[in-house]
Design a protein around this ligand. Sequence first.
Ligand SMILES: Cc1cc2nc3c(=O)[nH]c(=O)nc-3n(C[C@H](O)[C@H](O)[C@H](O)COP(=O)(O)O)c2cc1C
Length: 181
Amino acid sequence: MSKKIGIIVGSLRKASFTKNIAEAMLSLLPEGYEGKLIPIGHLPLFNQDFDDEGTTPESYAAFRKEIEGYDAFIFATPEYNRSFPAVIKNALDVASRPYGQNKWNGKPAAIVSVSPGAIGGFGANHHLRQVLTFLNIQPVQQPEAYVGNVMALLDEQGKVKSDDTRAFLKTVTDALVRKMG
Ligand SMILES: Cc1cc2nc3c(=O)[nH]c(=O)nc-3n(C[C@H](O)[C@H](O)[C@H](O)COP(=O)(O)O)c2cc1C
């Protein structure tokens, strides 16, 4: 049976560059590894009262169950104000609770930050790394993946243009696959 890699994209924008890069990474997974984009934009903002008062939204229950079913994750994040977007934080928070039921616990993950700018989302990448550490997600440390000047790397259809870019992204997916064992 193939191993499952869930891909979390931190942009809800239809023409998201980050999603384009995530889709390219999905296509680079080797045989025996199945990647899937996990929707997160529909999750209501986390509120502990939902769980405490027995009014947990169906979307939370389904998302928590879905996260449990993956062997590893790829977090593809844009940078918002030198951090990662709230939509990723919300998804992380939702599946980290109720207390003692952290669905992310112990799973490997790769982080790739993406930006039209030159710094490649460094701030987003490392803020995200801090949160994943607390959730006991096991992040790939090397290679680091800061995809800068992304608009130059994609064609009109949002496909990665060059073999060099694909080769770089494959070093990241390969490192994740090695970490999964
Ligand atoms: C609220 C907001 C804050 C942003 N802050 C940054 C930033 O700190 N660093 C950066 O490189 N780009 C920043 N940008 C520009 C994004 O990198 C750009 O909009 C990018 O296309 C978003 O990713 P997407 O194409 O996947 O939606 C920001 C954009 C928004 C909407």
